[in-house]
Design a protein around this ligand. Structure first.
Ligand code: DON
Length: 304
């Protein structure tokens, strides 16, 4: 298949959409990002790689870090994680408080903010130095050292992170947060502030495409069963209240972030990452989703 040509066609088709999305501005630092940026990186298990556009420019991965947080936490704690967080799609925005009260402080899934805040709490309770360990885990998956937190973005979010603060406090009142709420929030904002480019994210997600095993080092990072479960959650919960639409249009398990990144996998075949900062009203990259829809359509590849 002529993958490079396909990426070029997709690029041409989505350029007119780049002005349609809206860059996330509820985190002031993210509002400064150029909405005209666009990149794709496609990486196969057999090392074949193709890219286009700004695929080597770092961006704020935001909620894509929730996949790494979950992987590291289940690798340490196993199934126990799912006693504190459910695995159902929320059908609600990623920062919604409504369900949390009805459901007694148990988040719908680990890929919405409340769920990731519970995962952060578990990491504080069970890891020696979660801030350092998450970064080392990601660096190992990518095979590269220069992946870092962005303190300016974390501070910018902390200054306006009132909804996340409300969620942690509500869950604390139900007994589903064990540590100090400020400590949980600070660490969560750090996790969201990680910066990576499409190439680096594709390398990390390729481990997940390879069922949780390193392609180069053959190291098992998560078990086959943990892989199955995590991929199912990506498929059903990776795109907030647009997970159904993403499955319908694209047909790959994945995760988006409000920085405009989307990382997706076709297990056993490839990882693909797209970055375009303009978001649709649901908070997913507008051109990014279109690009992935075009990709799975043109290549005839999807899990369905
Ligand atoms: O907590 C927030 O609102 C952001 N740091 C991350 C939001 C995001 O990317 C989508 N959330 N699941």
């Amino acid at each position: 298949m002529k993958y490079q040509q396909i990426l070029e066609e997709i690029h041409k088709e989505v350029v007119p959409l780049l002005g349609d999305g809206k860059v996330a501005d509820y985190i002031p630092e993210l509002a400064k990002v150029d909405p005209g940026k666009f990149g794709i990186y496609l990486l196969f298990l057999n090392e074949e790689a193709y890219y286009i556009g700004d695929a080597h420019e770092k961006f704020s991965i935001q909620s894509i870090s929730k996949v790494f947080m979950l992987a590291l936490t289940v690798a340490h704690l196993g199934e126990k994680v799912y006693e504190r967080v459910n695995v159902e799609p929320s059908g609600d925005p990623f920062n919604s408080l409504v369900q949390l009260e009805y459901e007694c402080g148990i988040p719908r899934n680990p890929f919405i903010n409340s769920g990731a805040l519970v995962i952060t709490d578990l990491m504080i309770s069970h890891l020696n130095n979660p801030k350092e360990e998450l970064l080392s885990f990601i660096r190992e998956l990518v095979g590269q050292e220069d992946i870092c937190y962005n303190e300016t973005i974390a501070a910018s979010e902390k200054a306006c992170g009132f909804k996340n603060a409300a969620m942690v406090n509500l869950m604390k009142s139900f007994g589903n947060i064990k540590n100090d709420v400020e400590e949980v929030l600070d660490l969560y904002f750090d996790f969201c502030s990680i910066e990576m480019n499409c190439n680096e994210l594709a390398r990390a997600f390729r481990v997940f495409a390879n069922h949780g095993k390193g392609v180069i080092d053959a190291k098992r990072y998560i078990t086959e069963s943990q892989f199955k479960r995590m991929t199912a959650i990506m498929q059903t919960c990776g795109f907030y209240d647009e997970a159904g639409e993403f499955a319908f249009r694209v047909g790959l398990p994945g995760k988006s972030g409000v920085g405009g990144g989307i990382a997706a996998i076709l297990p056993g075949e490839y990882s693909i990452v797209v970055w375009s900062p303009g978001l649709n009203p649901k908070g997913n990259s507008l051109a990014g989703m279109k690009a992935l829809e075009l990709f799975t359509t043109k290549t005839g590849t999807s899990i369905f």
